[in-house]
Design a protein around this ligand. Structure first.
Ligand code: CO
Length: 279
């Protein structure tokens, strides 16, 4: 069952998303060679709680940490350990929080120090595929339009999308209906309506699409040990187009750049802007 959110609920999810965006920016800024995955996790936990939110991954189906840290051939759900980041690593960070009863879920891949051109291209294509999927998240489109657009962009670049894990609706629960696969057929699947909020999360492998679960019961890895990248945003479907709730505030509107945030308007030219007023 798809749960549609009211404007007031989307307002709360926007607040949740803004805090999560800040947390991820913070993690990205401190991820460098020598830093351990657990240090990133501790900082995420501290940051989220300091803003009055709950690090919702903690205790989720027995998970113990605030974030997932997946390195190189790890796809998603890597458990933070004392492993030190090394120059050239491709790190995927996934974080979630609960703010006044509502979830935000987002993640990104980041290169540690200087990374290989192939790792950079994998990250770029994965990031682009998320943006392309978000652009398809328009009222009147279907889930399959998002899925197909992501898959097409990834496969044209010679990479593959993971099948065993998918995006999802999000709200009072982290995982709500509908599922949002990163592969599929345009025109199929649930219709997108105002009030839906979706976590769109392409997981892209440099090699084949198959993944396996490690013995820790969480970490997902590529079967062929190829590199994997991942980006995720929580996105509200609105009559004005998709609103990326987990993007930094200035970048939230994808398709209607002048709608919404006051900060998106250019400043008035010098010497003007005082006398006119509104009618
Ligand atoms: Co998610």
């Amino acid at each position: 069952m798809i749960i549609y959110k009211s404007q007031a609920e989307i307002d709360l999810m926007r607040e949740a998303g803004a805090i999560l965006a800040e947390a991820l920016q913070r993690l990205q800024s401190i991820a460098r060679p020598g830093v351990t995955l657990l240090e990133l996790d501790r900082e995420a936990d501290r940051f989220i709680r300091a803003r009055g939110c709950i690090p919702g991954f903690v205790g989720y189906q027995g998970y113990q940490n605030a974030i997932c840290t997946s390195v190189n051939e790890q796809v998603v759900h890597g458990i933070p350990t004392h492993r030190k980041l090394r120059e050239g690593d491709l790190l995927s960070l996934d974080a979630g929080l609960i703010h006044r009863g509502f979830w935000a879920d987002a993640g990104l891949s980041v290169g540690i120090g200087k990374i290989s051109p192939e790792a950079q291209r994998l990250m770029d294509v994965t990031r682009q595929s998320l943006d392309i999927g978000i652009e398809k998240a328009q009222v009147g489109d279907r889930i399959g339009d998002i899925s197909a657009a992501i898959q097409q962009h990834v496969e044209r670049a010679g990479f593959s999308v993971v099948r065993q894990f998918v995006g999802h609706g999000i709200g009072r629960d982290m995982h709500e209906d509908p599922q949002v696969p990163n592969f599929g057929i345009a025109g199929r699947g649930p219709l997108l309506k105002p009030g839906m909020v979706l976590a769109i999360e392409p997981m892209v492998n440099a090699g084949g699409p198959d993944v396996a679960l490690l013995g820790d019961g969480w970490t997902v890895v590529t079967v062929d040990h190829s590199l994997s990248a991942y980006f995720e945003h929580s996105v509200a479907i609105t009559p004005d187009g998709p609103e990326v709730l987990t993007a930094p505030a200035a970048q939230r509107r994808m398709s209607s750049p002048l709608v919404g945030e006051a900060g998106n308007f250019p400043p008035p030219p010098a010497g003007e802007g005082q006398g006119g007023g509104h009618d």
